[in-house]
Each structure stands twice: as structure tokens, then as C-alpha cells.
Write a protein that binds this ligand. Structure first.
Ligand code: ZN
Length: 157
């Protein structure tokens, strides 16, 4: 195992054990559940949205280390960003995970997300890694359409 693999594993474990933005906002604008039935991963995202900006975001959940670490990394990347910026970060992350885009072309906000690149070696786990990012995308889309508090569930197919 290379040093890079070790560093990536350590970073993923750190996000798993000490998740960033952990918990639930008391009065969220957006409250979405994300489920990956293949692995049994659950995440609950709560967002405080102002205009088209994510003022605050929290996540809690249960499941494998990849799903939970990826959710922590996602909240860290998108907190304080506009919807457009969030969507662009999701796009870049999915290019890394699904289209073999090289990790060194990722924007700075996705520095920690690059650690998840090794997950590509285990195709069954890619859904674990993208769950929170797809759930966020659904949440932003639903809010854009309704402009009202959103409660929703996203399920990986
Ligand atoms: Zn999983």
C-alpha cells in the first residue's frame, strides 16, 4: 500500500470519526433524507437556505465509513456557497468518481474529496461515495422549484 493510499484512508477515517457539520438544524429550510439501499447507508441533510445560497448545512446518518465520510466532506465543501457553486462542485466530484477525471484537476474546495478517489477500485461502493452529493442536488432542485421549505427523500437506484 502506497503512502498516498495511507493518507487517503486516514483522511476518510478522520471524517468518519469526527464528521464536520454534524447534527441537525432546528428549523431547516430543506430537510432531505438520502438512502443507498445497496449498502444500507442513510443520511439526513438539513440546510438553511437564503436566496440561492447555502448559509448552513448539517448532516447526520448511519452507514459505512465511505458514505459518512463523503457526507462530511460534502458539507465542508458546500457550506456558504451559492447553488450554482454547489452544483459545479457536485459535477466536479462526480467527474472524479464516475468519469475518471484526474484528482489533481479538482478545485481547492474539493481537496479532501480527492481522498475518495481510491473508492473507484470498488465499483459497488461508488454509490456510497456519491449518495450525499446526489441528495444535495435533489434538495437544491426541489427548493428552486418550490421556493418553500422542502421535505424529501432521495434513493440511489
Ligand atoms: Zn456504503
Amino acid at each position: 500500500m502506497s503512502d498516498t493510499d495511507d493518507l487517503c484512508r486516514d483522511l476518510i477515517l478522520d471524517h468518519f470519526k469526527n464528521p464536520r457539520n454534524h447534527g441537525r438544524l432546528p428549523e431547516p429550510t430543506v430537510d432531505v433524507e438520502g438512502v443507498n439501499p445497496l449498502c444500507g447507508d442513510h443520511i439526513q441533510l438539513t440546510l438553511a437556505v437564503n436566496g440561492e445560497k447555502v448559509d448552513d448545512i448539517r448532516v447526520e446518518g448511519r452507514g459505512c465509513s465511505i458514505s459518512q465520510a463523503s457526507a462530511s466532506i460534502m458539507t465542508q465543501a458546500v457550506k456558504g456557497k451559492t447553488f450554482g457553486e454547489c452544483e459545479s462542485l457536485v459535477r466536479e466530484f462526480k467527474r472524479l468518481m464516475l468519469e475518471n477525471a484526474p484528482a489533481d484537476t479538482l478545485p481547492e474546495d474539493l481537496e479532501d474529496a480527492a481522498a475518495l478517489e481510491g473508492v473507484k477500485k470498488f465499483p459497488a461502493r461508488i454509490k456510497c461515495a456519491v449518495l450525499s452529493w446526489n441528495t444535495l442536488t435533489e434538495a437544491l432542485k426541489a427548493y428552486r422549484e418550490s421556493r418553500a421549505p422542502v421535505r424529501k427523500k432521495h434513493e440511489e437506484q
